[in-house]
Design a protein around this ligand. Structure first.
Ligand code: TXA
Ligand code: MG
Length: 360
C-alpha cells in the first residue's frame, strides 16, 4: 500500500495552541487521516485507533513492519475502558501518579481496538501524553489515537517537527509543530498482563520512580538481532533508532574511555573518515585538537536525553562516517539512554579495561 499526501505544517504555541488548527487535526484523525503531533517524549504519527484502515496508513507511511504494535494515546481516563478490559487496580494507581506522562501501560485489549494496532496480540499499549498540544488535539479528536514515533522505520526518533518533516514529508496530512519534545526519549513501557509487572522498554519514567509504587518490578528489555523475522516485540530489535553512520558505544571508566575514544577517532581520521562525537559538555575539552564534529549533550542527564536523538541526526546529516559516544551512568533516565545508545550502536560496545593497553 502506498500513501501520499500534501503535508501541511502548522506551528502552534504550546501554551496557547490555536484551537482551529487542533479542531482541523481532530477532524482529519476522525476521518482516517494521519497527523504528526508533539508529545513530551518524542513526536508521534497519529491515526484513529478505532479505524483499521487509518492505522494501516501509519505502517505504510513509516515503512514499519506489520508485526510492530503501536501505542494508543488518550486524553482522559474515561477512554481507558473503551480500549482495555479487565483493567487491574494497579493500572489506576499508576495512572493517578504518572498520567499525563511518559508511562505506557500494556493491558488486555478490548474488541474495539483493531488487530493491526496490536499486531495481532490480545494486549494493547496505552498512554496519556503530558504535552498540552497533544492533550488538546486528542480532546478535539474524541477518538483514541494510535501513534508510534513519527520517524521512518529504524531512523532515530523525532524530537522536532523538522525531524518529522525530513522523514515523512508527503506521507502525512498534517504536522503540528509544537516545539521541541522536552524529555526526548520515548515512554517507559510497563506490561501489566504478566504475573509480575514487567518493564519492556525503559523510558521517560525511571525504574526508581516505578518501584516506589511497584516494588516487585521485573525489567526485561529485549535486544534481538535485526534479522529475527518474528520478534516478540519488534521495538526490541537491536537495530533501532540507527543512524546511517556507524555508532560505537564505549563502556568503562570515563578517563580510560575518553583516552580510548581519542585513539579511535585518530585512527579513523587517519583512514580518511569523518568522525562525529556525541558528548556531554563536560567532556568536550578532552577532545580538543582532534579534527572531529561534536554534538553537545548538555550538562545534566535530562539535557542529555532531550538532545540525544537530535544529536545523532545532526552528526549523521553532516555527514559522519562514524559516531563515538561514551555510555552514561545507569540510574534515572540513564537506563533509557543506555538502551537507546545500545540500539543505535546495533549492539556494538567497546569495553575499555581499567588499565587500557597502549594500542587498541
Ligand atoms: O513515548 C512514546 O511512547 C512515543 C510517543 C509518540 O508516545 N511512542 C513510541 O511508539 O515510542 P513506538 O511505536 O516507537 O514504540 C511502540 C512500542 C513498540 O515498538 C512495542 O515495542 C511496544 O511499544 N508495544 C506496543 N504495543 C505493545 C503490546 N501490546 N505489547 C508489548 N509491547 C507493545
Ligand atoms: Mg519508535
Amino acid at each position: 500500500m502506498t500513501y501520499t499526501a500534501n503535508t501541511f505544517v502548522a506551528k502552534v504555541d504550546r501554551r496557547n495552541p490555536d484551537h482551529q488548527v487542533l479542531a482541523l487535526a481532530g477532524e482529519i484523525l476522525r476521518e482516517g487521516g494521519l497527523v504528526a503531533f508533539p508529545t513530551e517524549t518524542v513526536y508521534g504519527l497519529g491515526a484513529n485507533a478505532l479505524d483499521a484502515d487509518a492505522v494501516a496508513r501509519i505502517f505504510a507511511a513509516k515503512e514499519r513492519p506489520a508485526n510492530d504494535p503501536v501505542i494508543v494515546h488518550i486524553h482522559a481516563l474515561e477512554q481507558l475502558e473503551q480500549i482495555a478490559i479487565e483493567i487491574p487496580v494497579l493500572a489506576y494507581q499508576l495512572a493517578e501518579k504518572f498520567w499525563a506522562g511518559a508511562l505506557t501501560l500494556v493491558l488486555k485489549k478490548s474488541d474495539a481496538i483493531p488487530l493491526n494496532v496490536t499486531a495481532g496480540r490480545n494486549t494493547v499499549a496505552v498512554r496519556m501524553p503530558a504535552h498540552p498540544v497533544a492533550l488538546a488535539m486528542l480532546a478535539k479528536a474524541g477518538v483514541p489515537v494510535g501513534a508510534p514515533s513519527a520517524n521512518r522505520f529504524s531512523r532515530p526518533s523525532p524530537t522536532t517537527a523538522a525531524h518529522v518533516y525530513g522523514d515523512l514529508n508527503g506521507r502525512v496530512d498534517v504536522i503540528i509543530d509544537g516545539g521541541n519534545s522536552d524529555i526526548g526519549v520515548e515512554s517507559t513501557i510497563l506490561d501489566l498482563t504478566t504475573p509480575v509487572p514487567t518493564v519492556l522498554r525503559p523510558g521517560g519514567v525511571s525504574l526508581e520512580e516505578l518501584r516506589a509504587i511497584v516494588p516487585a518490578l521485573a525489567f526485561r528489555p529485549q535486544y534481538l538481532p535485526a534479522d529475527v523475522e518474528s520478534a516478540p516485540a519488534p521495538g526490541s530489535l537491536i537495530k533501532h533508532y540507527s543512524p546511517n553512520a556507524e555508532l560505537l558505544l564505549f563502556r568503562g571508566k570515563p578517563d580510560v574511555v575518553i583516552t580510548a575514544m581519542r585513539k579511535t577517532a585518530d585512527q579513523y581520521i587517519t583512514e580518511g573518515k569523518t568522525v562525529g562525537i556525541l558528548a556531554p559538555d563536560a567532556d568536550v575539552l578532552n577532545f580538543e585538537g582532534l579534527n572531529i564534529q561534536i554534538a553537545l549533550l548538555g550538562r545534566t542527564v535530562a539535557e542529555y536525553a532531550a538532545r540525544l536523538f537530535a544529536g545523532i541526526r545532526a552528526l549523521d546529516d553532516m555527514p559522519s562516517d562514524i559516531i563515538l559516544v561514551r555510555e552514561p551512568d545507569d540510574d534515572g533516565l540513564g537506563v533509557a539512554l543506555r538502551d537507546r545508545l545500545l540500539r543505535a550502536a546495533e549492539g556494538k560496545v567497546v569495553e575499555v579495561p581499567e588499565h587500557a593497553p597502549e594500542t587498541l
